[in-house]
Design a protein around this ligand. Structure first.
Ligand code: NAD
Ligand code: ISE
Length: 342
């Protein structure tokens, strides 16, 4: 079966997902697109040489009989509306993170999916599909460092688009860390606190950049996450887990060790697109399988909700500077199955 996809939002990642679904992965093709800016949708199709319908309305795309499954890659504030419409139409939907910009919004998605009685949503948390994170998880699950006690995480971008607020920093960047750590540690977060180091002059006001988020899990693991949106030098994602008898570190992507001009150096990546290229392929392969077979295995609406609860707490703490509790609600039966990675 070839899954006919409709893509909403054809900007940076929407276009990249169109390319991989239509040209790289087997079993799917893009048959329809929508963007609030029609010229962007047309230019995405032209640049990828894809012959597909440009829908003027995202809701017409979702309802179209020609579209089997939806990819939502528009701005975060629009995700909830489109995912709810896809659930209403009983169509599988891959939604880029965040699932919604508040935990309340994510809960509405969870409730709608539970009422449908079927897993339709996959959230675009791609890190659990990354070979490095999978290797790190195997190390932890294999008890090679003993019980995890502390995690140190770093999330640095060269820069981010203008308009990033403190809250967007959290929903865009912290959400990935929360999701991958819940999966790595097999644990839930119970509190968050944001602390502000000295501010870089490279970030446009009023964004406070960098920020450090201190999290605690139900099992007592302490996690510190550095979010640095204007780090200038490269795109750098790091994770170190300290265990009872060892330390496990996320491997850096392979890069040639260069000896030249009296220096020994390795190049760093600068773009998220290059860092997680295989993981994006794998997450969308999982989604296409889900759309074809009806069996879901990737990050669920519940995972999107859990990440949003932690993000809400961190955003609250940005204002109060206090340690802010994160609720741990009961998980509905629909989300009891463990997620798989690749
Ligand atoms: P972008 O601005 O490059 O593209 C977003 C596109 O959505 C734009 O073309 C915009 O016109 C369109 N859009 C906005 N509102 C719309 C609406 N109501 N209806 C239809 N189209 C609409 O942004 P981006 O960097 O591609 O990010 C898009 C989403 O993907 C964000 O939620 C972001 O967090 C997520 N993202 C995820 C990753 C990842 O690593 N998983 C990486 C980048 C972006
Ligand atoms: C971007 O939106 C992503 O999701 C990337 O994975 C992330 O690392 C980056 O910080 C975000 O801006």
């Amino acid at each position: 079966m070839v899954v006919k996809l409709g893509v909403i939002g054809t900007g940076a990642i929407g276009r990249d997902h169109m390319r991989r679904c239509h040209r790289v992965l087997a079993g799917a093709r893009v048959v329809g697109v929508n963007d609030v800016d029609g010229a962007v949708a047309r230019s995405a199709l032209a640049s990828l040489d894809i012959d597909a319908q440009v829908f003027v309305s995202p809701h017409e795309l979702i309802a179209s009989r020609d579209v089997d499954a939806i990819v939502v890659a528009s701005w975060g504030t629009t995700h909830e509306e489109f995912v709810l419409a896809a659930i209403e139409a009983a169509k599988p939907v891959f939604c880029e993170k965040p699932l919604a910009v508040t935990a309340q919004g994510c809960r509405r998605v969870v409730d709608a999916e539970v009422a449908r009685g079927r897993r339709l949503v996959q959230v675009g948390f791609m890190r659990p599909f990354d070979a490095g994170y999978i290797a790190l998880k195997k190390t932890l699950d294999g008890n090679q460092i003993g019980t995890p006690l502390i995690a140190h995480c770093t999330h640095r971008n060269v820069s981010v688009p203008p308009g990033f607020s403190d809250a967007i920093l959290v929903t865009e960047m912290l959400s990935h860390e929360v999701d991958v750590l819940r999966w790595l540690l097999n644990d839930e977060f119970v509190s968050a606190q944001v602390v502000f180091p000295r501010r870089t002059a490279n970030a446009p006001a009023p964004l406070r950049d960098p920020q450090v988020v201190l999290l605690k899990t139900a099992k007592g693991v302490r996690v510190d996450v550095e979010l640095f949106a204007h780090a200038r030098y490269g795109y750098d994602i790091r994770c170190e887990i300290v265990g009872e008898f060892g330390v496990a570190e996320l491997p850096d992507p392979p890069s040639v060790l260069l000896r030249s001009e009296a220096r020994r150096s390795n190049a760093l990546l600068v773009d998220w697109k290059d860092r997680f290229v295989d993981a994006y392929d794998a997450e969308l392969r999982a989604f296409i399988d889900q759309a074809a077979t009806g069996s879901a295995s990737g990050p669920s609406a519940w995972d999107g909700y859990a990440a949003a609860m932690a993000c809400d707490a961190a955003i609250g703490s940005q204002a109060t500077l206090e340690i802010t509790p994160i609720p741990v609600p009961l998980r509905p039966a629909l989300y009891q199955t463990k997620r798989s990675e690749a």
